[in-house]
Design a protein around this ligand. Sequence first.
Ligand code: MF3
Ligand code: CO
Length: 250
Amino acid sequence: MITLKSQHEIELMRRAGKITAAARALAGEMVRPGVTTQEIDNAVYQFIHKQGAVPSFLHYNGYPASVCVSVNDEIIHGIPGRRVLQEGDIVSVDVGAYIGGFHGDCAATFACGKISPEAQDLIDVTRQSFFEGIRYAKEGHRLQDISAAIQNYVESHGYSIVREYVGHGVGTQMHEAPEIPNYGTSGRGPRLLRGMTLAIEPMVNAGSAAIKQMPDGWTVRTLDGKWAAHYENTILITDGEPEILTAPAI
Ligand code: MF3
Ligand code: CO
């Protein structure tokens, strides 16, 4: 069942979304050569708590940290640790915050110092694919209109869509119905209705779509070792433009 949020629930989602977006921004500012991924996790944990919220990911299915930090050929769910970020790395940060009974969820890939033009293009196409998708995120369209727009944009740039992981509804639970694949056929899937809150999150590989799971039980990498990027926001469906609940403050 896809829940529709009331006006009051939307207010609470806005508050969760603002904190989540600010946590992503903080993590992004920390991405520079010499910083460890653990330092980013520590700072985000402190920040989320200072806002009176709780990190959504911490202990979720046993996940041990407040953020996922995935570097270069790591696509998602990288566990923060002693890894030191290097000039030229691309660093995907995914974060969630829970407050007032509701979750926010967002992610982005950041450049560590100066990166290659190829890496920058991967980041730019991944981010833009989100915005291409949400052109269809309004009442009257169907879910896979979003999916198909993301897929078309990504594949027309020569990149691949990860299939095994998808976007999702978000609300009192971090993962609610519906699943939102980043590939599909326009005109299919449930009708979009105002009050739906959705996490749209393209995961894009520079090479093939194939993935491999790491022995830590979390980290997901590209099979071919080429790099990957991720971009995610929590959005609200309305009868007009979608509202991005995890929009950057500036
Ligand atoms: N934002 C991710 C998702 O939508 C991350 C959750 S993974 C976690 O699924 F287990 F670390 F929480
Ligand atoms: Co998500």
